[in-house]
Design a protein around this ligand. Structure first.
Ligand SMILES: Nc1ncnc2c1ncn2[C@@H]1O[C@H](COP(=O)(O)OP(=O)(O)O)[C@@H](O)[C@H]1O
Ligand SMILES: [Mg+2]
Length: 303
C-alpha cells in the first residue's frame, strides 16, 4: 500500500482562491518526500487536506489507504504533524506537554513518560524537559513540537516548514533528527519547505509546486533529466564578452548550460580572446533551485 495518494486533488477556498489545482502523485512507504515551492504555492493547503483539516473541492487523497476527509481520527492515529507555529502549553514543562499529548492518543502515562524521556534525549532536550515551555527558545520549541508529533510512533510524519524561523544551528539539529528518523525506513516523511537547498540535503524524492500546480515529481536524477541540460559551467571572470550565452549569477560569476564537455575549452578560449580575465572554471550539476527556476521559466514561456 502506498503511504500517500493524491488524485486530481483540488482546493478552492470560500473566497474563490484556487490554492491547489488537480494534483496527482503518490508516495511509497519509507520515502522522504520534499514538497517544494515558494510561499503561496499550496503546500500547507495540501497538508491540511491530507490531515483532514480541510476537505477537497475536487478529487481525493488517501493516507495509508484511509480517506482523511471521512475518517480524520484514524488518519491522526497514524500521523504526526509539525506545523509552522506549533501550539503547546506554556505553563507545563516540556515533558508534561509530551505526556499530555500522549494521553490524547490513548497512550498510558507510564508508557508516555518512557517515550517522552527517550524523545527528549534524542532531541537534545533532556535538561530542558523539566522546564516550563515558556522558558524555551524558538529552536527548543520546534524540537519539542517534533517530539510531540512522534510521541505515538506515527507511520507518517507531515512536516510543514519545520525549520522556519530557526537559527542555522537549530535548523541543523532538526535536519539531523529528520535524517536519523528516515534511516530506519519505518516512517514516511512528507516535508514541505520553500528552502530548496535544505530539502536537497535530506529528501529522497521531490514534488515541485508553483501556484497550486504540480510542476514535476522525481528524484534529483530524474528531475535533472527533465531540463534541457544537466551540466552547468560556472566561470569566475572580470569581464564576460557578449554573445556566448552566459548569465550573470553574481558579481564576477557567470553561468552557462552545456551539453558536452568539449564545449568547455571552446568557451574558455572565446572568453579569453574576447578580453575576459578568467579566475576560475567549475562544472556542476543543476541543484534543485536550478531545476525549479528552469521549470517555472518554461511554464511561463508556455503560458
Ligand atoms: N483560508 C484561506 N482562505 C483563502 N485563501 C487562502 C487561505 N489559506 C491560504 N490561502 C491562499 O492559498 C494559497 C496557497 O497557500 P498555502 O497553501 O498556505 O501555500 P504555502 O504553504 O505553499 O505557502 C495562497 O495564495 C494563500 O494566500
Ligand atoms: Mg505554508
Amino acid at each position: 500500500m502506498d503511504a500517500v495518494v493524491l488524485k486530481n486533488l483540488s482546493k478552492t477556498y470560500p473566497n474563490g482562491k484556487k490554492a491547489v489545482s488537480g494534483i496527482d502523485f503518490s508516495l511509497k512507504q519509507g520515502e522522504i518526500f520534499g514538497f517544494l515551492g515558494p510561499n503561496g504555492a499550496g503546500k500547507t493547503t495540501t497538508v491540511k487536506l491530507l490531515t483532514g483539516m480541510l476537505t477537497p473541492s475536487e478529487g481525493e487523497c488517501r493516507v495509508l489507504g484511509l480517506n482523511p476527509a471521512e475518517t480524520p481520527e484514524k488518519v491522526h492515529d497514524l500521523s504526526g504533524v509539525v506545523t509552522e507555529h506549533a501550539q503547546m502549553y506554556n505553563n507545563m514543562t516540556g515533558k508534561q506537554n509530551l505526556v499530555f499529548y500522549g494521553s490524547v492518543f490513548g497512550i498510558t502515562k507510564a508508557e508516555a513518560e518512557k517515550r517522552a524521556g527517550s524523545l527528549l534525549e534524542q532531541l537534545d532536550l533532556e535538561e530542558a524537559g523539566d522546564q516550563k515551555l515558556s522558558t524555551y527558545s524558538t529552536g527548543m520549541r520546534q524540537r519539542l513540537s517534533l517530539a510531540r508529533a512522534l510521541i505515538h510512533r506515527p507511520r507518517i510524519l507531515f512536516l510543514d516548514e519545520p525549520t522556519s524561523g530557526l537559527d542555522p544551528e537549530s535548523a541543523q539539529n532538526v535536519n539531523q533528527l529528520i535524517r536519523k528518523l528516515a534511516e530506519d525506513k519505518k516512517i514516511t516523511i512528507f516535508l514541505c519547505t520553500h528552502q530548496l537547498r535544505y530539502a536537497q540535503e535530506i529528501c529522497t524524492r521531490y514534488g515541485l509546486m508553483d501556484q497550486g500546480k504540480l510542476l514535476a515529481t522525481g528524484t534529483l536524477g530524474e528531475l535533472r533529466q527533465r531540463i534541457d541540460s544537466d551540466t552547468i559551467l560556472e566561470i569566475c571572470a572580470a569581464h564576460m564578452p557578449e554573445g556566448l550565452g552566459f548569465q550573470k549569477a553574481e558579481e564576477m560569476l557567470y553561468e552557462n548550460r552545456i551539453h558536452r564537455d568539449s564545449e568547455i575549452p571552446v568557451l574558455v578560449r572565446q572568453i579569453v580572446t574576447g578580453g575576459g580575465d578568467i579566475y576560475s572554471v567549475k562544472v556542476r550539476k543543476p541543484s534543485l533551485e536550478d531545476i525549479y527556476f528552469s521549470l517555472t521559466a518554461r511554464e511561463k514561456e508556455d503560458a
